[in-house]
Design a protein around this ligand. Structure first.
Ligand SMILES: [Zn+2]
Length: 171
């Protein structure tokens, strides 16, 4: 099934949007803590809530502690498992290169995000990053990937936010 078919099911769309609101809430929590404003939610194959996380790079002194990595790492450790086949990941923004790799290795089945890379790029500047779809669906992968879910709510998190240069983080 492609993303349009998935989201034409009102039950599925509702579950994704409910999860997205939690992911956006997590992004707001990260922002208030001085982290980059990202959140992620993991749903099981029946679209039930499993776990949530936000960026914790500064709190953990760990550049890899992005919301998507945290939600995958924590849930896998709790569940003592390595793969999350048929699980659904809902992210407040399009996953970066590193997180797209983790999503691929975790074998997550569906990925939904709110704010796409090109919108983040308008705030962060620099050159446009690769799309998560080009990374997750490289090789033989054919995962369902949907963007711009609740985009207005997702964009609101970035209002007034400035990405701090890395050399300012380690005082
Ligand atoms: Zn990331």
């Amino acid at each position: 099934m492609d993303v349009t078919q998935m989201l034409s099911d009102t039950g599925i769309r509702q579950s994704i949007e409910d999860a997205m609101r939690i992911a956006i809430e997590e992004a707001e929590i990260a922002k208030r803590k001085g982290e980059n404003p990202y959140g992620a939610v993991l749903l099981d194959p029946e679209y039930h809530f499993c776990h949530k996380a936000h960026s914790q790079s500064i709190e953990r002194s760990d550049p890899t502690a992005h919301a998507e990595i945290q939600v995958i790492r924590e849930f896998c450790q709790i569940q003592k498992r390595v793969y999350l086949e048929n699980y659904i990941l809902v992210c407040s923004a399009e996953p970066c290169v590193m997180c797209s790799g983790a999503i691929k290795w975790a074998k997550i089945g569906q990925i939904y995000y709110s704010v796409p890379q090109n919108e983040i790029n308008k705030i962060s500047g620099g050159r446009l990053k690769p799309s998560c779809e080009s990374l997750i669906n490289s090789g033989t992968s054919q995962k369902v990937i949907g963007g711009k879910i609740l985009l207005d709510e997702g964009l609101r998190v970035f209002e007034g936010f400035q990405f701090t240069p890395q050399d300012k983080l380690n005082k």
